[in-house]
Ligand binder design. Structure first.
Ligand code: NAD
Ligand code: TYD
Length: 341
């Protein structure tokens, strides 16, 4: 391996955003980068996502937990990464309500272990992939990077822990840390438990679309490829110690999204099923990402383009998501939604 190439140590690369990011990196840099994907392969990690890059000479996969300090250290010693990008997380709010412990362990403590390894090596940048959910809910206006943090689920509280811990390593140890806070992502390779991936796949199978509460909760939707370009842009152009919001500039109520999915898949509104609200359900997320936009980054996809690409991908890739809707998933689904899928 030639050390001249920049080495990326990417955690959670077998998940939704991480795998999109690795594909994006190879499209952008080809042979000029060396990518290490370090992933525990939880239920949400899927090596299939990276099948097409598996044989690349400039790609390595390691199965491992970010809390496994010894293994992380060994890989750092071997490859001396330039960049550490931490996508690894327990990421589903509903699961965090039933089982908070894993979230605190990975989303807070796991970040600590990565920061510790990073400060022993001459890394050029540590990007902590945080989330807009650390701000909590907002009735009017938008969150800026200066807004206070009022996370309200075990997921978002765990992420806030990792987010602030990363910042503390910048202040205390001069580690070149940047924190990104993105809004709700959607697109290919998203595990079919989140609103858009679940509803698109259920609609394709004529299964019901379970909407929580009154369906008026608002999220700001960001196409995953735009998120990937933002992370790489921030890695190259951002400033140490800074936070960057990454929004989709696309606020929508859940019911509106549901109707668009039904339309795009050619299904009837009778598939909608109103179910009990989520405990502590945040009403609205909205992000001001002018700080990033003024640095020169821009979204490429409109919501219409992103959704068209997403629905097309799930329609053409049944082989990817059908096997995921089995085993533990079906148990989770039944206990969570109170009915068989
Ligand atoms: P995901 O659940 O699809 O993937 C998470 C990945 O992390 C999986 O591959 C899993 O195996 C791996 N992982 C989990 N615990 C691990 C551990 N202890 N050690 C190593 N690997 C581990 O999540 P995602 O939607 O791709 O989210 C990626 C990151 O982006 C997360 O940090 C999440 O908080 C953040 N984020 C997500 C969204 C969104 O809408 N999905 C929005 C903003 C921020
Ligand atoms: P989700 O995709 O889980 O993302 P997050 O909660 O992290 O924002 O949920 C997005 C919105 O969709 C949120 O308001 C909860 C709602 N939702 C449903 O109404 N039904 C569902 O089955 C799911 C998974 C989510």
């Amino acid at each position: 391996m030639s050390k001249k190439r920049e080495v990326y140590f990417i955690t959670g690369g077998c998940g939704f955003i991480g795998s999109n990011f690795i594909h994006y990196l190879f499209e952008l840099h080809g042979q000029n980068v060396f990518v290490i994907n370090y992933d525990k392969l939880t239920y949400a990690g899927n090596p299939e996502n990276l099948k097409s890059v598996e044989e690349r000479e400039n790609y390595r996969f390691y199965k491992g937990d970010i809390c496994d300090q010894e293994l992380v250290e060994r890989i750092f010693n071997q490859y001396q990464p330039d960049y550490v990008i931490n996508f690894a997380a327990e990421s589903h709010v509903d699961r965090s309500i039933g089982n908070p412990e894993d979230f605190i362990r990975t989303d807070t403590l796991g970040v600590f272990y990565l920061l510790e390894a990073s400060r022993k090596h001459q890394i050029k940048r540590f990007i902590q992939i945080s989330t807009d959910e650390v701000y909590g809910s907002i009735q009017e206006g938008k969150f800026t990077e200066e807004s206070g943090l009022f996370p309200s689920s075990p997921y978002s509280a765990g992420k806030a822990g990792g987010d602030r811990l990363a910042y503390s390593y910048y202040v205390t140890y001069n580690l070149p840390v940047i924190v990104t806070r993105a809004s709700n992502n959607y697109g290919p390779y998203q595990y079919p438990e989140k609103l858009i991936s679940l509803f698109v796949t259920n609609a394709l199978d004529d299964k019901s679309l379970p909407i929580y509460g009154d369906g008026k909760n608002v999220r700001d939707w960001l196409f995953v490829k735009d998120h990937c370009s933002a992370v790489e842009f921030i890695l190259r152009n951002g400033n140490d110690g800074e936070i960057y919001n990454v929004g989709g500039n696309c606020e929508k109520e859940n019911l509106e999204i549901t109707r668009e999915i039904l339309k795009a898949t050619g299904k009837e509104e009778s598939l909608i099923k109103w179910v009990k609200d989520r405990a502590g359900h945040d009403r609205r997320y909205a992000l001001d990402d002018n700080k990033l936009v003024s640095l020169g980054w821009n979204r490429e996809y409109t919501f219409e383009q992103g959704m068209a690409e997403t629905v097309k991908w799930y329609t053409e890739n049944r082989k990817w998501w059908e096997p995921l809707k089995s085993g533990e998933y079906l148990e989770y689904y039944k206990s969570h939604y109170g009915e068989e899928l």
